[in-house]
Design a protein around this ligand. Structure first.
Ligand code: FPP
Length: 224
């Protein structure tokens, strides 16, 4: 049986869910938060140490301003209301991606990371303004600046995910089979699960089914 240390998720399908139900993409994002909460609970129950959630990509800036503002408002409400709960549950929050938001959001993110820094039960990596290509370029520039040799280890140590084990599995909801510039280096040997359901419809039962399937998967890592 495979042990699971790290699950990464592309939470896709909010917009379509919202359009289908009330003709509002933003409603889908709001509903998506409920799934985030359920999946965090379930991740703790399953004693998984790292959960990485793709919340906003470097490409998502192309969306209408109204939707972007709505998403960051949701994030603000989510973090402001959840941080004490995260501390109670011993959850650490880490942001991966470039923090170049408004001062208000940057401060909130820094404060949330600082307040939860010592928590050890579960680490949630929230990918915000995250793009894998950008992360890799950033890593190479760091290596050049420090005049170090390019090795697998030096690249690993220069990514936003430094010190975090690579995901054992990636889940993408929303019936789309692509990686969308997410953790391209880190997913090299992860098992990938594509799910038809839209993110707001995804539930603990679906999640647990995937975890059980993963545990039974034979992982070869190039061997036979
Ligand atoms: C992808 O669905 C989802 C996003 C770009 C945002 C994900 C955000 C949330 C789940 C809510 C915010 C999360 C936190 C943790 C505060 P999409 O909009 O691309 O859906 P579509 O493919 O149907 O258009």
């Amino acid at each position: 049986m495979n042990h699971i240390k790290h699950v990464a998720i592309i939470m896709d399908g909010n917009g379509r869910w919202g359009i289908k139900h009330k003709n509002s993409r933003n409603l889908g994002h709001k509903e998506g938060i409920k799934t985030v909460e359920k999946i965090i609970k379930s991740t703790i129950k399953n004693k998984i140490k790292y959960l990485t959630l793709y919340a906003f990509s470097t490409e998502n800036w192309k969306r209408p301003k109204k939707e972007i503002n709505f998403l960051f408002n949701l994030l603000e409400i989510f973090l402001t209301s959840k941080i004490s709960e995260f501390n109670k549950q011993k959850i650490r929050l880490k942001i991966i991606g470039k923090k170049n938001f408004s001062n208000k959001i940057n401060n909130l993110l820094n404060k949330s990371e600082k307040k939860t820094f010592n928590n050890k039960r579960l680490q949630i990596n929230l990918a915000l303004n995250y793009g894998s290509k950008n992360e890799i370029i950033n890593a190479f520039n760091l290596i050049l600046k420090n005049n170090i040799k390019i090795t697998e280890q030096s690249i690993k140590n220069s990514l936003f995910t430094k010190n975090i084990p690579d995901p054992d599995l990636l889940i993408r909801t929303g019936n789309t089979k692509r990686l969308s510039n997410f953790l391209l280096w880190q997913l090299a040997y992860s098992e990938i699960f594509f799910v038809k359901k839209l993110w707001p419809d995804f539930n603990e039962k679906d999640y647990n089914k995937i975890l059980v399937k993963f545990k039974k998967t034979k992982r070869n890592f190039g061997n036979i």
